[in-house]
Design a binder for this molecule. Structure first.
Ligand code: SF4
Ligand code: ZN
Ligand code: ZN
Length: 290
């Protein structure tokens, strides 16, 4: 297999590119997406896990920091998931030193008295709520404009298909590369600069650029719906791209369901009920731990 541009040995089949042309293509696309996201001069909190996607994201945001006048900080939540969390933490520490960006570590067990391993039933559904809540709160309290997440094309395709299977049109209307901040509800906007890159492309870029990351899979992931989805739907990169782009076009025709937001009576952050999901989980776990 040869590079479509220079005929050297290709390192990836779609697009067919050699090492040098792949890195150029990847960085050019990343920069184009930063332009589209309109984040020049913004304070950005990067959610890092130690995995390839978020490590590549932090590395590249740092690379273009000056050009886009960004103010960056890495944010790691120690979820207390056996070896996975220890290895992830080690990787983010190395990364933060390498790129010389500050790293904030949030220790769930130390601050709340429980870890994700203490949830014995469907830990992923609790983990998702907890991670979103904690990072949003930290970003809001510390004056960040956006939270950057390493969400890739495969993650987005799963999100779309899962909501289609669940017939959840409201969630489906929330797809996209960017959400805006809603100050009155203390909701910080999210950006996903790796949105159109596949997992495979991110992995290749991380390996070629020797970016520190840890490839350990979370032990809870094996039961997750996302993994089952990946095993059942093995689309090519082109098909994944077409599907995600098609849904982004369809999005504007989806019914706009007005969701009424309130501020949680306990913590003051956004919720659709009286008490937010995080506070309910937190209370339940603190009782169990007593
Ligand atoms: Fe959390 Fe589940 Fe992801 Fe593990 S696989 S980090 S438990 S959401
Ligand atoms: Zn080439
Ligand atoms: Zn709350």
């Amino acid at each position: 297999m040869r590079c479509q541009l220079c005929k050297k040995k290709a390192v990836i089949s779609s697009p067919k590119l050699c090492k040098e042309h792949f890195i150029k293509y990847y960085e050019k696309k990343f920069k184009e997406r930063l332009e589209k996201l309109k984040i020049r001069g913004k304070r950005i909190l990067i959610a890092v896990s130690g995995g390839k996607d978020s490590s590549v994201l932090a590395y590249l945001l740092h690379k273009y920091k000056k050009e886009f006048q960004l103010d960056l900080m890495l944010f790691y939540i120690d979820l207390g998931i056996k070896e996975y969390s220890k290895k992830g933490l080690k990787a983010v520490k190395i990364l933060s030193e390498l790129i010389n960006e500050p790293l904030q570590i949030y220790d769930l067990k130390a601050l709340h008295g429980y870890s994700i391993d203490d949830f014995h039933y469907k830990p992923c559904s609790y983990c998702g709520v907890i991670k979103r809540y904690i990072i949003n709160k930290f970003a809001f309290e510390n004056g960040f404009d956006y939270i950057a997440i390493g969400h890739n094309l495969d993650d987005e395709l799963f999100f779309i298909m899962n909501n289609l299977f669940n017939q959840d049109l409201h969630q489906l209307s929330r797809i996209g590369m960017k959400t805006e901040t809603i100050k009155e509800y203390k909701l910080i906007g999210r950006i996903k600069p790796l949105y159109y890159f596949t997992e495979k492309e991110n992995m290749l870029y991380a390996v070629l650029k020797k970016i520190p990351f840890d490839n350990t899979e979370c032990p809870h992931a094996k039961n997750s719906t996302q993994l089952q989805f990946k095993q059942n739907f093995n689309f090519s990169r082109e098909k994944k791209l077409s599907l995600v782009k098609a849904f982004n076009k369809i999005k504007k025709y989806l019914p706009k369901e007005e969701i009424k937001l309130n501020l949680c009576e306990k913590c003051g952050y956004a919720t659709t009920s009286k008490i937010c999901k995080f506070c309910r989980i937190d209370e339940m776990m603190r009782k169990v731990e007593k």
